[in-house]
Write a protein that binds this ligand. Structure first.
Ligand code: AKG
Ligand code: FE2
Length: 322
């Protein structure tokens, strides 16, 4: 008998994704620094669909304040699906599965909308402090999102669509809490807190705070673990960006494994409901036939969360095949 067959051959290992700095004050479109960072972004996204970004505007104090705000939010009694953070769109409001909870702020770049969010949770008078903290954090992260999308579009020669593209997005901010089973002891293997999935949107900017658990599948189908870093944000390609680029970049599968209580945040740039996601002619030729049908994000989201979508190994491809 070959006992080796009982060894878990593909246990995820820690892997350092490329680190890209967005902190240089001279990082402006057209500068040589910009072109250098742009080529690093493209290479990392072609290789992994992801990289780690550092950005000077998000100070350690601000990250800590967001972390504390999250703990305060989750200590509140009312964030259930009936009264607190309600949304009819999947994943856009409060959501709970066995080990995972998420709170969502829609149009998170607009301060009034963040006030509305805290008003849902503190119906008397909202929470000015937390609203302003979250808004500041999101404003800075959305700057990174815009820079990355601008670089990608330039890099693939579709810069003439940049303004139209940048105006075609909303921001969704989610704050996640993962809680291990009560009977979980230290010896136990981590449990899956969030199933393996790709993100449906354009770009995701994730922060893991202190506790690890984020795992990502590489192109050669190996799971890697990404260590939380206080200085870095994880930037990831979503399915809508992959579709816009006619598959030139792929969205990585990722999941969360839970052993300890863990908080994370994610800013998603999401196509506006009326926007038709279709790759421009410039990216379609004999060598690169059109892969995806034109679609609107809400239809894809609906499919993505259906039984068929959840079972599909590649949700976008399955959606475009129907
Ligand atoms: O919490 C995390 O680290 C990942 C969350 C995630 O993948 C998602 O919300 O789509
Ligand atoms: Fe995700």
């Amino acid at each position: 008998m070959n006992t080796n067959s009982f060894l878990p051959l593909s246990l995820p290992v820690y892997f350092q994704l490329p680190i890209i700095h967005f902190s240089d004050q001279t990082l402006k479109p057209g500068s040589s620094k910009w072109d250098q960072v742009k080529s690093d972004v493209r290479k990392a996204l072609e290789d992994y669909g992801s990289f780690e970004a550092s950005f000077y505007k998000v100070s350690m104090d601000l990250k800590n304040s967001v972390f504390e705000a999250m703990q305060e939010l989750y200590d509140l009694p009312v964030h259930d699906e009936e009264q607190g953070n309600v949304s009819f769109k999947h994943l856009h409001g409060y959501l709970k599965t066995s080990l995972h909870e998420g709170l969502g702020v829609n149009d998170a770049n607009v301060l009034e909308k963040v006030y509305e969010f805290t008003q849902q949770l503190w119906p008397d008078h909202g929470n000015k402090n937390i609203s302003e903290t979250l808004h500041k954090f999101l404003k800075h992260l959305s700057e990174v999102d815009v820079m990355v999308r601008r670089m990608i579009m330039e890099s693939f020669g579709i810069e003439k669509y940049i303004d139209e593209h940048l105006n075609s997005t909303d921001y969704l901010f989610r704050m996640m809490k993962y809680t291990p089973d009560a009977d979980n002891d230290d010896e136990e293997e981590p449990k899956q807190g969030l199933r393996s999935h790709t993100d449906t949107n354009y770009i995701t900017i994730l922060h893991q705070y202190q506790v690890d658990g984020f795992e990502m599948k590489t192109k050669d189908e190996k799971w890697i673990k990404v260590k939380p870093s206080p200085d870095h944000f994880l930037v990831m390609v979503g399915d809508s960006l992959s579709a816009l680029l006619n598959g030139r970049l792929s969205s990585p599968h990722h999941r969360v494994m839970v052993k300890k209580t863990r908080y994370s945040t994610a800013l998603f740039s999401v196509p506006k409901p009326e926007v038709i996601i279709v790759s421009p002619e410039e990216l379609v030729d004999e060598e690169h036939p059109r892969i995806f049908k034109p679609f609107v994000h809400d239809d894809y989201l609906h499919f993505f969360h259906s039984e068929v979508g959840r079972r599909a190994p590649l949700a976008l491809q399955a959606f475009c095949a129907i």
